[in-house]
Ligand binder design. Structure first.
Ligand code: PFF
Length: 466
């Protein structure tokens, strides 16, 4: 049987960019930025991108392609092959758990997006007040508002979205590539339309209810650099956590995609392109939709007080109503459709580490791998679905979506530079490369990245979780 590989370079880049561009870009980034001081957040964020994000991308892409040469397609096998000690296999397994824990709550949000596309089409929010729209969401997720204690609609759509993921994953790389080729261009198109609308709200879009609000206040808040909180470890932890989450590093997911890259094909340019594409979507589009639109109608103070990712579902449908019925339906489809595409191209990626492991360890095929992945995600996910209002969701996001990424990233950086060896590693990065990565990065990858990761890890230990 010929070895499975990506169909084309474009398919690979879109799949990798789809992996990175996700709900994190549109929901997590703006909220993290607002909660951590706006312009104060951006500086650590960009530093973390250059000194940890890019190096980790290069490490993960090259480790994955290296593993693929030995027909290894999962982090336990790839890392074991680089470290030549069983402990690295367990580190890889730890990464797989992180993927399953993240996908569990991630697909739940994906299912909300799908449901909200339908509600936008059917005009459910027409004429609703701001608090009606907010209550609509809470009663969707709240077990106490249903007589049976089970939010059937939420559970149904959650399972539907999982089934869709399983179906696509069971088709292999071809399925993932196809979804990325359709989903990514649409996502960017939808994002650009909404961002342009957000930034041109001007006076004409204003509701009479909130005459003093200004969309640009939101952007200015996000982008005016402030230096006061740079000494706060919590801000650095949040910035590093966001960089890992948004680039999808620190979970071993990228390795599993990269393992299907042919031995002599470029990874350096691909890795950097996918990384920059993600940053464009996050920094430009991610900051130009929710925050400016909310600030434009409700004022910056409201945004500062209410920043939470519920804004996307509890507030946006109400704000879209200000544009009239047809535009509201249209914008709702764009916004929730964008979230859905962002979500699914990422959740598919999170399935591949488990599937690769089952293949490497037991020789399982795609179907079996995909179904077992879905079953695990369901088991892990039901607590977040059923106990949403107890904050279970935030717990998952903190432990799996932030802390675990830092731990795994630290371990893989040590493995790459100090166990596998930076010289071998640097050769792997440059083999078949279409660009010349500055030599400084060899030094950064060896010393700076692990050191910074260690600092972020230590600050995670001493920073109380709120
Ligand atoms: N990068 C994705 C986002 O920003 O939403 C989240 C993610 C996807 C993290 C895939 C990790 C992963 F393996």
């Amino acid at each position: 049987m010929p070895k499975e590989a990506w169909g084309s370079r474009l398919g690979l880049i879109l799949a990798m960019a789809g992996n990175a561009v996700g709900l994190g870009n549109f929901l997590r980034f703006p909220v993290q930025a607002v909660q951590n001081g706006g312009g104060a957040f951006i500086i650590p964020y960009l530093i973390c991108f250059l000194l940890m994000g890019i190096p980790l991308l290069l490490i993960e892409w090259s480790s994955g392609r290296f593993g693929g040469k030995f027909n290894n397609h999962s982090t336990p096998y790839i890392m074991d092959g680089m470290g030549k000690a069983k402990i690295w296999k367990y580190v890889g397994v730890f990464g797989i758990f992180t993927n399953i824990a993240v996908v569990a709550y991630y697909t739940y949000i994906e299912s909300w997006s799908l449901v909200y596309v339908l509600h936008a089409v059917f005009g459910t929010f027409e004429g609703m007040s701001q608090s009606d729209v907010a209550t609509f969401f809470t009663s969707y997720v709240d077990i106490f508002t249903t007589s049976t204690g089970i939010p059937f609609e939420a559970v149904f759509f959650y399972i539907l979205v999982l089934a869709l993921n399983i179906f696509i994953l069971s088709k292999g790389l071809g399925g993932i590539e196809k979804v990325a080729k359709i989903g990514m261009p649409l996502l960017i198109l939808f994002g650009v339309i909404l961002a342009v609308r957000g930034l041109t709200l001007g006076e004409s879009g204003k509701s009479e209810l909130f005459p003093d609000a200004n969309a640009w206040d939101g952007l200015n808040f996000l982008w005016t650099p402030q230096f006061d909180s740079l000494s706060n470890p919590k801000v650095w932890l949040a910035a590093a956590g966001q960089i890992f989450f948004t680039l999808s590093v620190g979970m071993g997911t990228i390795q599993c995609y990269a393992a299907y890259i042919k031995a002599n094909e470029d990874i350096a340019l691909n890795a950097v392109s996918a990384g920059f594409m993600n940053e464009f979507v996050e920094v430009v589009l991610g900051s130009s939709i929710v925050i400016p639109i909310a600030a434009g109608y409700l004022g910056l103070d409201w945004v500062l007080e209410n920043a939470g990712f519920g804004m996307a579902f509890q507030t946006m449908p109400f704000l879209f109503q200000q544009w009239g019925e047809v535009a509201a339906a249209f914008s709702g489809v764009l916004w929730f459709g964008l979230l859905f595409f962002a979500g699914i191209t990422s959740s598919l990626a999170m399935g591949t580490p488990w599937m690769g492991f089952m293949k490497d360890e037991f020789g399982w095929g795609k179907k079996r791998g995909a179904w077992s992945f879905g079953a695990l995600a369901l088991i892990m996910g039901l607590p977040t679905v059923l106990l949403y209002q107890y904050g279970v969701f935030d717990e998952y996001d903190y432990w799996a979506g932030t802390v675990s990424l830092v731990v795994f990233a630290l371990l893989e950086a040590v493995l790459f530079s100090w166990v596998f060896g930076i010289n071998k590693g640097w050769n792997e990065i440059n083999e078949g490369s279409d660009i010349k990565i500055p030599q400084a990065y060899k030094f950064i990858i060896k010393y700076i990245t692990p050191l910074l990761l260690l600092m972020v890890f230590l600050s995670a230990l001493i920073t109380p979780y709120q």
